[in-house]
Design a protein. Structure first.
Lengths: 477, 266
């Protein structure tokens, strides 16, 4: 039955995608359909809880069939055109790209290896056992979102998180999974295929496959492909949501507007602190509004992207009755000591350095090694950013920023907000010292910036210049 | 006419070009493709050669532990140890910038992905040899035992408490929380995962679960600690270091003192 559950999830995503457009690449079909499908499955679980329907395979199959058939029926005319447009794919030897093929085969092998590991071991990470997997498992057993453990404060830290991640675990448990980690593997696959598909709109397959491989083997991210923590699924939504939005702003292909808005809504349906990415998305869409004065787009995007935050906040307050204490101390002012500590960690994360905090008792913290965690990703981003300055001289400032504003504004804007949120955290309320937060939560949250940084590196003028030459040589054009 | 004459030379090569490309293009195209592929492979080769010592160290260490597991007195161990130690120092001492920003990729590819596949095969074989994979549930338990050191004790707790039990867990003092043997036994949210539908709270954190503090039915004893919380006294000579005991009354068959702690008169 697990296969049926997963198939329904993909079909639901495909039905939504078809409603938006018929023209996607294979990678986009694979990536977006799962992200949208699983996001909607957790919306169903949420609605069942509100209405009081107990979770079961039958109820989920029923609602999925109604939703899929409803979406297809609403899209009937479009589907007829889709049928007429269908062509048997033609093949010419010029479609062969041996380098891209070799890179993708290697990536597929590594994906297989990490998936075998992921699916073999049951969840063992502290946060999965203490919260996410527990929530998913018991949701499936009790048939509701607000499980009995809430009344004894035993739900764990993830209890007040929006339900997409643990809801995805509940979904696979309902369909008979022994361990829920198939969801992690599918989120990882979706992240990689979406990234490849979106990047292909800018660069050739050699560059797209190379940067997708780099995304995949970013060491800390890759290790999470065999864990059951929420950071990788969060990245799977943040990356494609941001890139689709950027693509829409750049190329004005309306399907990416809807895909970007829907995925951005799910960004905040995974966890609430990702609101920094929603804010960054609204910033770039807002700047676009200043140019184009299109109210409809701004309001539609904003409403779709922000509504889950409001819905979940109301649910937490009214149904879970969870009194979330203020975790941020906005009256902190300028705290030089904290800024210096955070700055040292950020420097190590971004430039491949090592850093250990010295604790008040003179002992050193566990420390971090930025190179070991994120490899060349952020260093490459900075190098490419600097190299691209040359293109400002070549093409002019206006031309450069017209092409790169969205991706840079989103990446740098969300990073600034992300840093600010951590800076404002009240250590006492959070029950964790800042060095510990930097070495755990901040580190894992940086995953979300990896696809953005690599996308910029791949699609920026400097890389385009290089890869265009390689491609010209390869094709002999 | 002049115009026509000028156009002719330009038109001829345009007509021939597709035919020429078709005839000589495939070979050239493939050669150029192979050249780009060779570039990619060369990059990988350079990357891989950077970590030859790390791979050697990893192989020797694996060999060392394999021999030690079968025969701790094997004379080969000394030889391996003498090779491992200088190599380890060399690897750790190599802190060059390129190495430091690419080391993670070597770990991800060679250790996390490729080496793990081999390790999984040996774990699968071991589980199969022990007959632990007869049902999906027994297979899951076999894996949990290998991943979570405390799992056998958790199974014991489950077997000795009813499903409606409210269990008081040990305090997470330094001795317990720093001892990997106990995992997170002192964390009610973590233990709840395994003990559900039983409910948990921990000594010292009763105020976090006030409803449960009034309904305790069992206590988990580890390192002979927790007896002072029981509503009856267990003679010192009858105190197991690890157990789960009823909170209010002794289990059938246990000889107990009164609550005053006076020695029991036989």
């Amino acid at each position: 039955m697990l296969a049926v559950g997963i198939l329904l999830c993909y079909l639901l995503g495909i039905a939504v995608m078809l409603l938006i457009s018929r023209k996607y690449s294979l990678a986009e079909w694979i990536g977006f359909s799962f992200l949208i499908g699983m996001g909607l499955e957790t919306v169903f679980l949420f609605l069942f809880d509100i209405v009081g329907i107990k979770y079961s395979q039958g109820a989920l199959i029923g609602v999925n069939l109604v939703a899929i058939l409803g979406l297809l029926a609403a899209n009937y005319k479009n589907l007829l055109a889709f049928k007429d447009e269908f062509k048997v794919p033609s093949f010419s030897y010029k479609d062969v790209n041996l380098a891209a093929l070799a890179i993708l085969c290697f990536a597929a092998y590594l994906f297989y290896a990490i998936t075998v590991k992921n699916l073999f071991w049951p969840p063992a990470d502290h946060d999965a056992i203490g919260s996410f997997d527990k929530l998913g498992k018991i949701m499936a057993l009790e048939g509701k979102l607000k499980i009995s453990l809430f009344q004894y404060n035993l739900e764990g830290a993830g209890g007040i998180y929006p339900p997409l991640f643990h809801g995805s675990f509940a979904y696979v448990y309902i369909f008979g999974a022994i361990i829920p980690k198939i969801a992690t593997s599918l989120f990882f696959l979706s992240l990689l295929t979406s990234f490849y598909g979106l990047l292909r709109r800018y660069v050739d397959s050699t560059a797209a496959s190379l940067f997708t491989l780099l995304l995949m083997i970013t060491p800390e991210l890759f290790s999470h492909a065999a864990l059951s923590l929420g950071n990788l699924p969060t990245t799977a939504y943040v990356g494609p949501a941001a890139l689709a939005t950027i693509l829409w702003l750049d190329k004005r292909d309306q399907k990416y507007f809807w895909i970007g808005a829907i995925l951005m809504a799910f960004v905040i349906w995974v966890r609430s602190d990702t609101v920094v990415f929603t804010a960054a998305a609204l910033l770039i869409v807002g700047v676009d509004f200043l140019r184009n004065k299109n109210w409809k787009e701004l309001l539609s995007y904003g409403a779709i992207a922000v509504s889950p935050f409001i819905i979940w906040t109301l649910y937490v307050k009214l149904k879970l009755s969870s009194a979330q204490g203020a975790r941020l101390n906005t009256a902190i002012g300028i705290n030089g000591e904290r800024l210096s500590l955070m700055g040292n960690y950020v420097k190590a994360f971004l430039f491949g350095g090592q850093y250990q905090a010295t604790l008040p008792n003179g002992v050193h913290s566990q420390g971090i090694d930025g190179g070991q965690l994120f490899g060349i990703v952020f260093i490459l981003f900075v190098v490419v950013l600097l190299v691209n300055l040359a293109f400002i001289f070549k093409n002019g400032v206006k031309e450069y920023f017209n092409k790169n504003f969205s991706v840079l504004a989103f990446t740098l804007g969300s990073f600034f907000l992300y840093f600010l949120v951590f800076y404002l955290i009240d250590e006492k309320a959070q029950n964790s010292p800042m060095y510990s937060l930097m070495e755990s939560s901040f580190k894992r949250g940086l995953f979300c910036f990896v696809p953005l940084a690599l996308f910029y590196c791949a699609a920026s003028p400097a890389s385009s210049w290089l890869f265009e030459r390689i491609e010209k040589f390869r094709t002999g054009s | 006419m002049a115009k026509q004459q000028k156009q002719q030379p330009a038109a001829k090569p345009q007509q021939k070009k597709p035919a020429e490309t078709q005839a000589s293009g495939l070979g050239g195209f493939m050669l150029r493709n192979l050249a780009v592929l060779a570039g990619v492979l060369a990059l990988y080769f350079v990357f891989n050669s950077l970590f030859s010592k790390e791979r050697e160290l990893s192989q020797l260490t694996e060999q060392f532990y394999a021999i030690r597991a079968t025969n701790p007195q094997d004379p080969q161990l000394r030889n391996l140890y003498d090779r491992i130690m200088p190599l380890q120092a060399e690897v750790q001492g190599d802190t060059g910038f390129i190495k430091s920003i690419t080391r993670g990729y070597n770990w991800a590819i060679n250790d996390l992905a490729i080496a793990n596949m081999k390790n999984l095969e040996s774990v699968k074989e071991e589980i199969h040899r022990n007959g632990e994979d007869s049902t999906p549930q027994s297979l899951l338990q076999a894996k949990l035992k290998r991943k979570i050191g405390l799992y056998t004790f958790i199974e014991y707790i489950k077997a000795n408490t009813p499903e409606n039990a409210v269990i008081l867990l040990p305090e997470g003092d330094a001795a317990v929380s720093n001892n990997g043997k106990w995992n997170f036994i002192y964390d009610p949210e973590w233990m709840e995962y395994f003990l559900y539908p039983r409910l948990c709270l921990a000594i010292g954190r009763e105020n976090e679960h006030p409803d449960l503090a009034k309904r305790i039915t069992h206590i988990v004893i580890i390192e002979a600690k927790g007896y002072d919380k029981l509503k009856y006294n267990v003679p010192l000579n009858q105190r197991p270091t690890e157990a789960v005991l009823p909170y209010n009354a002794p289990p059938p068959g246990m000889q107990t003192d009164s609550l005053t702690g006076q020695p029991q008169i036989q």
